[in-house]
Ligand binder design. Structure first.
Ligand code: CA
Ligand code: CA
Length: 269
């Protein structure tokens, strides 16, 4: 059983190593290197064509796999977020990105104290707006406090800055935004999903991460090195995994591969 759990996830293997040290057992020969593979129940089916690949071949394969999806309208996003972003401790509420605040599902809207639909990949970066497609893709749309969403604006992601008001520990400066620690991996995996899903072959811009901030309306989002570090520091949570499952089962019928296989970030970038 131990071996099975170690194979399943490198995140769990790190925890097991620590636990073994704490109880005075011999530390097993485990690795915490980012390259360690995760296995999921989808590997033999959904991901069958991608397994064993890396680099451009992996990215191309995943693009084909996740581009087979149902698309929803921007107005339908409201109700979808009430399901996908539900607070696991209060089914009347959604959990808000960046701040971590739990707020009533009924408070969706555009006023102070409301939550609205945050495009984690800022819609101006590639100028896709709210058109059905990247503008309505649930894998990067999240419930967010109206004012925190406004502060994030279309900034690229990077470490540093001063505290965002009611931002739960998120920080901002003139050219970048950093979510609270618990949301950093989520953001990284959402951004990199968008980069793989949108390759310029469906009438929308080819979205890609880069090493810059201040990307403006170019179809890029920075900083890749920071996003990669955030993916490592904040592994997929139960909330994030459930969200991926809800979108797959009930709405778009495609998955975010980086929630299932966080090691694929390093395998591609
Ligand atoms: Ca997280
Ligand atoms: Ca792309």
């Amino acid at each position: 059983m131990l071996a099975t759990r170690i194979r399943r996830s490198r995140w769990k293997s790190v925890a097991l190593t620590t636990a073994a040290v704490l109880v005075g057992l011999t530390t097993p020969a485990l690795t915490a290197s980012p390259a360690a593979a995760t296995t999921t129940e989808y590997d033999d089916t959904y991901y069958a064509d991608a397994i064993g690949k890396s680099g451009t071949a992996l990215k191309d394969s995943l693009h084909t796999i996740i581009s087979d999806q149902t698309k929803i309208s921007y107005s339908a996003v409201w109700n979808a977020l009430k399901v996908a972003d539900q607070d696991p401790n209060n089914s009347s509420n959604v959990l808000l990105l960046y701040s971590g605040v739990s707020r009533s599902k009924s408070l969706n809207g555009g006023s102070t104290g409301n939550w609205n639909r945050e495009h984690t990949w800022a819609k101006s970066h590639g100028d896709f707006g709210e058109v059905t497609g990247p503008g309505t893709d649930l894998h990067h749309l999240r419930a967010c406090d109206v004012q925190v969403n406004s502060i994030r604006g279309n900034l690229d992601f990077d470490n540093g800055g001063s505290a965002v008001t009611n931002g739960g520990g998120s920080t901002v400066d003139s050219d970048s935004f950093a979510p609270r620690a618990a949301d950093r991996g989520d953001v990284a995996r959402m951004i990199l999903y968008m980069a793989v899903r949108y390759e310029g072959d469906d009438g929308f811009a080819d979205l890609e991460p880069n090493e810059r901030v201040g990307n403006g309306s170019a179809p890029y989002m920075g900083k890749l090195s920071v996003l990669k570090a955030w993916n490592e520091a904040d592994p997929p949570s139960a909330f994030e995994e459930r969200r991926n499952e809800v979108i797959y089962d009930s709405y778009q019928h495609n998955r975010n591969p980086f929630i299932d296989h966080p090691e694929w970030v390093e395998a591609i970038w």
